[in-house]
Design a protein around this ligand. Structure first.
Ligand code: SF4
Length: 465
């Protein structure tokens, strides 16, 4: 899970500060490192660093990134270590000329690609799957750079959305199943590409459309031209993007993520009713679903009984367990007087390891709640993701996996009075039935989603190793 951005502007104005705001808007997708590269008068300028956006860039650094075309990235490490050599954009050379690439997603055939590169005497640029892709492109022979990229992309398996910077243009590509999001936007002076439309908004643009699964879009100052777009037979959009990853104000598949989550909350209240005095959505992950749950259940709104301090951001993407636990303590404050003697129901989007939920339950028990229930607007997160989230590296820590998906066992371990999860059918229904707010509506069927972390049905075959 990473955030990627690209800008092509016709104006002479520097676009580095626009990309800074775009990256800021996508900080929820990764906070281990960030980088950007621009081109001005044929010369590339780059800056990369470990940490969150405000720590990596400042005014002086941004002013040293001239040019009106560029790409940027913030990283949440998946296939490779969280270290300096894997910070993106990654530089490659094709036909003696430089190109730069940013990637969101995760390939499942990285090892095979690396073996092929090594067999031809080429050392991959970095140990990440993005490094392998850059190497593959650099080895790909064709008359044009676009042709070389197209040939290389055909060898990739897994989830990927890319933006490549080459000369006077950027190339945006999305895998043929459309697992990870990528969208195209515009503003008066040119075109914008981003993982989510919230970044387009913060860069001063408006959303045109989602980039189609399998599409390769070449964007220069004059136009955004479809270079290649196969007939899509099968789509597999990550259902978890709608549940957790994406920012609520983003528009994906024509639908506002907030509206989808509210729908999930309504369906959850119908599927798993509970006798409680107040509903407490866990901020921010449970907020939209919680509002839907309150609306449907008619139970009193307890949002003001908890404060999210914003001293730390997402704890799920903290790489070390100790940091995750400390993060939860710093992140939430409970108003004890609102809780004492009450039957409360907590609403959250999902339970991955159970770290956050366990700590919160302790806080509410300490505040003398009469009963503590939880309702989750997704099914048990039981299987690891190999398509851009590192849960395969912590497979044995997934609480629903450890408990074989047994909700009663999960409830006992967490120490709840009752626990209910939204069914997969209802999670998908919530997306499909949310009305489109874009000019062209995107019709969906229940087969258009990857739900492997809930169902164990992986849409891209995994390597045996
Ligand atoms: S396995 Fe889960 S998180 Fe991964 S792409 Fe599929 S739905 Fe999304």
């Amino acid at each position: 899970m990473c955030g990627i951005i690209g800008i092509v502007s016709r104006s002479k104005r520097q676009i580095a500060s626009d990309m800074y705001f775009g990256l800021y808007a996508l900080q929820h997708r990764g906070k281990e490192s960030a980088g950007m590269v621009t081109i001005d008068d044929g010369k590339y300028y780059s800056h990369k660093g470990m940490g969150e956006i405000p720590g990596v860039f400042d005014k002086g650094i941004l002013s040293n990134l001239p040019g009106s075309i560029g790409i940027a990235h913030n990283r949440y490490s998946t296939t490779a270590e969280s270290d300096k050599q894997n910070i993106q954009p990654i530089r490659g050379i094709w036909g003696g000329k430089e190109f730069w690439i940013v990637h969101n997603g995760n390939l499942v055939n990285t090892e095979k690609i690396i073996e092929q590169c090594l067999a031809k005497g080429r050392q991959p640029y970095t140990s990440s799957d993005t490094g392998a892709i850059a190497t593959l492109i650099s080895m790909s022979s064709d008359f044009s750079f676009e042709g070389a990229v197209k040939k290389a992309v055909k060898k990739l398996e897994g989830a990927f959305s890319f933006i490549i910077l080459y000369n006077d243009r950027i190339i945006a590509i999305r895998d043929k199943l459309g697992i990870r999001p990528l969208c195209l936007g515009k503003r008066k002076d040119g075109f914008l590409v981003a993982s989510e439309s919230c970044a387009i908004h913060h860069m001063g643009g408006t959303l045109i459309r989602g980039i189609t699964p399998g599409e390769m879009l070449v964007i220069n100052k004059e136009e955004a031209k479809k270079y290649y777009c196969p007939r899509v037979i099968n789509r597999k959009h990550s259902i978890y993007e709608f549940i957790y990853f994406s920012r609520p104000d983003s528009i994906i598949l024509g639908r506002r993520v907030r509206d989808i989550r509210m729908n999930m909350g309504r369906l959850l209240a119908k599927e798993c009713p509970v006798d409680a005095d107040i509903v407490i959505p866990i901020p921010d992950s449970g907020t939209c679903g919680g509002i839907g749950f309150i609306e449907e259940s008619k139970i009193a709104d307890g949002q003001s009984a908890i404060l999210r301090t914003h001293l730390v951001s997402r704890t799920f993407i903290e790489p070390i367990q100790e940091l995750r636990e400390k993060g939860v303590d710093l992140k939430f404050v409970i108003y004890d007087e609102d809780i004492k003697g009450k039957k409360i129901v907590l609403i959250d989007d999902s339970i991955v390891r159970g770290t956050t939920m366990k700590r919160l339950i302790k806080f509410f028990r300490d505040a003398k709640a009469k009963e503590v229930h939880a309702r989750i607007f997704s099914p048990p997160y039981r299987y690891p993701c190999y398509y851009g989230v590192d849960t395969y590296r912590v497979e044995d820590e997934l609480i629903a996996k450890r408990k074989n998906g047994d909700v009663e066992e999960i409830r006992k371990e967490l120490g709840l009075d009752s626990l209910g999860y939204l069914s997969l059918d209802s999670a998908i229904k919530a997306v499909i039935e949310t009305p489109c707010i874009t000019r062209t509506s995107v019709s969906l069927t229940k087969d258009d989603f990857c739900s492997a972390c809930f169902s164990g049905k992986y849409p891209v075959e995994l390597p045996k190793k």
